[in-house]
Each structure stands twice: as structure tokens, then as C-alpha cells.
Design a protein around this ligand. Sequence first.
Ligand code: MG
Length: 346
Amino acid sequence: MYALNCPFPIRQYPHVLMAHGGGGTLMQQLIEKMFSHAFGPKPEGGLHDSTVLNLPANKIAFTTDSFVVKPLFFPGGDIGSLAVNGTVNDLCMSGARPLFLSLSFIIEEGLPMETLWMIVRSIKKAADLANIKIVTGDTKVVERGKGDSIYINTSGIGIIEHDLSILPTNIQNGDQIFINGDVGRHGIAIMATREGLDFETTIESDCCSLNDIVSKLIKSGIDIHCMRDLTRGGLASALNEITRDAFRAILINETSIPVEEQVASACAIMGFDPLYVANEGRFVMFVPEKQVAAALNIMQSHPDGKGACVIGEVLDENRPVVKLKSFIGASRILDMISGEQLPRIC
Ligand code: MG
């Protein structure tokens, strides 16, 4: 399915022209021969100004995100898979089952049509894996030098099919905090590519969709109090956001946070703290202590949770603070990052 034929616009127009975003025949050709070719036929009744959707639930989740990653292709992913998984994962974190996605391109004039086609194929593959349908989209082209190859915006709709209330304010004293694997790989994979750093084996982004693992946890009756994906700002920022909203203290054990050896050394070379580095397939989850074994079992038997473990707990303290018990046993405050550690990471 992903070995889709090279579509017509690539052969006739090797680069994106201003006219491909101009609303005329070239844009129609791009939509029909490339986008509809990849994402499915036009809806019955033809293309309209908006898509009408049937939602089989009363409660929906709705989110949006823009993707400006540089370089466009990196080990373990590209801007296309990122644009799908980023929005899918934000839906999953509120416990929703992702259903529909919008897809908006802002393309710089001159982008090789072949590059656009590679991104489109990657989007299709990621959307199929996450079981989400692309139902609406837009294409704009800006003049050469006024963009940076391509930016993508996706918005997603998911439905909530359970009675859990998955929110920061729902975390409780004694809740155990899970993570589904090692941290820091996405950000470091991108930085290493950008800086041309070579490691013994290539560090790959952890970019993946979390819908399947989350749906298994929910369907197995795990009483999830809160979840958050560890994107920009990494683990440290996500935990700080949660404590701030919940007004509760958290204690994290540094020794239990998985970091791959190569990621740790790359961080040391580049001066980054892996706890602040972005991930695209990692999340934390707050669960009552009595369900630790059950939750761990589900996570570790899933491909996206093989490295799952408990990294800390919620304390009986009503103040917004994340404490980190370090390797030597000393305790320090894990602060929110100030400013931008790694620009253009997602
Ligand atoms: Mg998020």
C-alpha cells in the first residue's frame, strides 16, 4: 500500500510552484493526483467546504498542533509521521480514541515534489497505524525563502468511551507514576542529525502512536488518574505542568528513569539534561498503588511499553513541586525549563 505509484505531479512538475497553492488547475491536480491518491477517494457527493462527520459518542476530545521540525527526515521518523503521531498522542492522553485528522501544509516554493510525496506516504502509513482517518486538509505555498521547506498543522478529533476522568487535578496521594520507556531519544536523534554527530549505532527517535497501548490500559480497567506525553520540555516539564495544575508534590527517583547509554553520552557531549529532552512516543501515567502490577504487566507486554517502569509517586503535600531523588540519594527540585533548550524539534 505504501509503495504507491509515483503520482503524476512529480513527473510533470519536479518542484512545488506557487500555483500549486493557488486554487487553480495545478492545485486541483496536486490534490487529486497526490493527496486523494494517498488518503483515499473523494467523499460521496464530492469535495465540499467542510467535512461532515458522524461521531459515535457524546464526549469528544479535540486538539491541534503545528510541526516545524528540522531536518524533515531523521532516524526513526520524519515531519509526516511526527505530524500524525503528535496529534494522535495528545488525543490519547485525554483517554480518547483518535478518529479524524485534519492536515494542513504550508509549503515553500521549490520544495522537490518527490520530498512532498515521501512525506505524504509517511503520513498515510502513520495514520493507518494509528487507525485515524484524514478527513480534511489545506495547502498553501509561500515564496522561496519565506518558509523552511514545509510546515504541517494537524488537528484531531477523538471520542471518549469510558467514565474515567483523566486530568492533572485527578492525581491522588500515593499514586504511582509510570513511564513507558527510555527518555531523550527523539530530541537527541534530531540534534545528532543536525550537528552531524556519529555514534556507534544510530540513535533513533521514539516517535510512535500511543493509541493502542493506552486503549489496552483503559479496556483492562486500569483506573488512570492522569497521563501526559513527554514532548517539548521532556519529562521534567510534563511533571511540572501536572503538579502546577494539581497543586500536589511529586517525588521521582532518578535511578529508575531509563536513559539509553548513547543518549546519555550524547547529552553529556552537547550539554543537555535528558530529563528535559523531547520525546514523541513516551508518556507518564498516574495510577493507584493497588494497580501497579496489573498496569506494569499490560505496558511491558506491549511493543510501545517494553521499557515501562515506575519512576515515582505523588506525595501527601499540597504544593506544586517535583522532587528528584538523585543517584547519590540527595533530593533536589526538578524545575521547569526556562527558555528553549532545543528549537525546531517537533
Ligand atoms: Mg501533549
